[in-house]
Structure formats: structure tokens, C-alpha cells
Design a protein around this ligand. Structure first.
Ligand SMILES: [Zn+2]
Length: 126
């Protein structure tokens, strides 16, 4: 899957990797049937999310938040990257050695979902 992602996305990067993690989390929560997906910022993560969710239409609502909103039969769930996760992803830019970079990507691929993502139900959309 990570290889397919790099092929689609054009490079390995932390945000597209996290997009896969968000996509997997969303996929497990989805019921059969239609749902509406909205991501609140334009980033590399979009490619990862769409790869997992089979190119389900994904709206972008630019609010500068790394958050996927899944609305399904009147219920809504939000999957957001934790601030620590964003810091980790941002630190990727500072890494000079490819070993270190590879190590960080591995961490983002396999870290516990709870550590990376905050998932909550919301009653109504504002
Ligand atoms: Zn990227």
C-alpha cells in the first residue's frame, strides 16, 4: 500500500503517509452506503485518504485543520491529526540523513492509531 501511495503521489512524505492512516481509520468506521467526506485543508494527506477509500469523492473545505469529517446517515465523525503528530511530521523537513527520514516514516506508518489520531463523534454539524 505504501508503494502504491508513492506511485500515485509521486514521493514518500509524512503527510501522505498520515493520509493513509486517516483513511484506514475512516474506512473502519464507515457503514455500507453513502457517506460524505470532507477534509479541512489541502495537503498531501488527500492522496492517502483517497487511495484507501477507493477514490470516494472527497470535498475540501479549507479551514487549515488536518481533519477528516465523515458524515453518514446523519451521524458525523471527525478524525483529526493530533498536534504531536503534526510536529512529528513537520520534523521530517529538518532531517538530513535518509536513514532518519526512513525511520520517521516507519514510525508514522506503524504507530498506534490512538497516538496519531483523535477520533470523535459529533452530534451536529455547525
Ligand atoms: Zn507529499
Amino acid at each position: 500500500m505504501f508503494t502504491a501511495l508513492a506511485a500515485k503521489h509521486g514521493h514518500y512524505c509524512p503527510m501522505s503517509t498520515l493520509g493513509l492512516r486517516i483513511g484506514w481509520a475512516a474506512w473502519r468506521k464507515l457503514q455500507a452506503g453513502s457517506c460524505k467526506l470532507t477534509y479541512l485543508t489541502r495537503t498531501c494527506a488527500i492522496d492517502g485518504i483517497q487511495l484507501v477509500l477507493n477514490h470516494e469523492p472527497l470535498q475540501i473545505d479549507e479551514q487549515g485543520r488536518h481533519l477528516l469529517r465523515v458524515t453518514d446517515a446523519g451521524r458525523c465523525r471527525q478524525i483529526e491529526l493530533r498536534p504531536e503528530t503534526l510536529n512529528l511530521a513537520a520534523s521530517y523537513q529538518q532531517l538530513t540523513g535518509s536513514d532518519e527520514a526512513e525511520k520517521l516514516l516507519k514510525e508514522l506508518r506503524y504507530a498506534d492509531e490512538d497516538r496519531l489520531l483523535k477520533i470523535e463523534k459529533v452530534e451536529a454539524l455547525q
